[in-house]
Design a protein around this ligand. Structure first.
Ligand code: KG4
Ligand code: ZN
Length: 347
């Protein structure tokens, strides 16, 4: 028998979507009501396994997704206090990401939808990160500039509607999160690098070491973090960086260089596109120092900053269900012969 979730009234209740995410090192499932109310969001992280290798090992990731997918979906249904019959539609991440990892969640979702005769949407992971901004209490208004900044991407979009994401620029080499991870590895701080670098940075002056800020050609919204990474590597090689204090100095100066470049490009993009709102999403948007500094830099220009709640910054399935909901409403469905994709593809 179908249940009615807590808080939904007869008229407004339309659809419960099961979202599934498995593009990298998190297996996640979530039930979302009408694309906006999160009924449950379960995330099984593989960080402990990949930690000892200093980065994600794709083959291990796929195997762990296979082990986790059924219990995680099961837990998401239980935590929402619902039954399998209550699910009206299914959405899963289709790409970009690690092919083997994506295949686990996507094929599970496809089979689930086929077995239960439900509509099924294949969601772009980057669009899903933008949708995490719509799940927050404070949401950006259209048009706005969005930054998806994670271990795999540093993309700036001009977002003009729920379906229109114009890519303005992206990284030409390392993603910002990847640079955090690589610098953390140089300093023997473990994986993932972002949270530990942010924590260490709080103790030191961000202006102690002058690392480069690569802005590329005038007017470009692309990024390049490989020069900064090499500069940190040279500094670590040339100086004896063994104490916590010295590590903190490098971490703090590195983080400041990343924040400076991201903030300048975002504010320029907002000015050029005449946007008063900027939203940041993806793992690196969990960095409070970044969001606070961006907020103060943008304030002078009367631009407001938006970020997802902390549990929705990194990979999660609620954002996948939210994006899937609009696709399902519009009939943008996947059939059984649709496949996953590894590289950036939007719309
Ligand atoms: O979005 P996400 O969970 O997965 C990808 O799609 O990549 O992002 C993971 C990335 C990692 O590179 C991690 O170091 C970074 O986000 N990250 C952070 C912070 N928390 C996670 N970077 C900077 N500061 C943080 N607090
Ligand atoms: Zn992601």
């Amino acid at each position: 028998m179908k249940h009615r979730p807590n808080g939904s009234d007869e008229k407004s209740y339309i659809m419960i979507v099961l979202g599934i995410e498995s593009s990298c090192d998190e297996t996640a499932a979530s039930l979302v009501l009408d694309g906006k109310n999160i009924l449950s969001s379960v995330i099984a992280s593989q960080i402990d396994v990949h930690h000892k290798y200093g980065g994600v090992v794709p083959e291990l990731a796929s195997r762990m997704h296979i082990e986790a997918i059924v219990p995680v979906v099961d837990q998401a249904i239980r935590e929402a206090n619902l039954n399998i019959e209550d699910i009206d539609a299914v959405a899963a991440t289709r790409g970009p990401g690690l092919i083997g990892a994506l295949l686990v969640g996507f094929c599970f979702a496809k089979s689930f939808a086929f077995a239960r005769n439900l509509p099924f949407a294949g969601v772009n992971h980057l669009e899903a990160h933008i949708y995490s901004l719509f799940l927050a209490d404070r949401k950006p208004g259209f048009p706005f500039i969005a930054l998806v900044v994670s271990g795999g991407h540093t993309n700036i979009y001009h977002v003009t509607s729920y379906d229109n994401f114009e890519l303005m620029g992206q990284t030409r080499d390392d993603a910002a999160g990847e640079a955090f991870d690589k610098v953390a590895k140089m300093l023997n701080l473990g994986y993932p690098g972002g949270p530990v670098i942010e924590k260490l940075s709080k103790t030191k002056d961000p202006g102690a070491i002058s690392f480069p800020r690569t802005m590329l050609e005038k007017g470009s919204f692309d990024f390049s973090f490989s020069g900064l990474k090499s500069s940190v590597a040279r500094y670590v090689h040339d100086h004896s960086i063994t104490t916590e204090e010295k590590k903190a100095q490098v971490a703090s100066s590195f983080q400041e260089a990343v924040i400076d470049v991201l903030s300048k490009k975002l504010i320029n993009a907002a000015k050029i596109k005449n946007c008063k709102h900027i939203g940041v999403a993806g793992g690196v948007s969990a960095n409070k120092t970044f969001v606070e500094k961006l907020f103060f830099k943008a304030k002078d220009q009367k631009i407001d900053i938006f970020a997802p709640s902390p549990r929705l910054c990194g990979d999660n399935a609620a954002m996948v269900a939210a994006r899937g909901y609009t696709m399902i409403q519009q009939g943008a469905l996947c059939s059984l012969d649709h496949d996953v994709f590894s590289r950036t593809k939007i719309n």
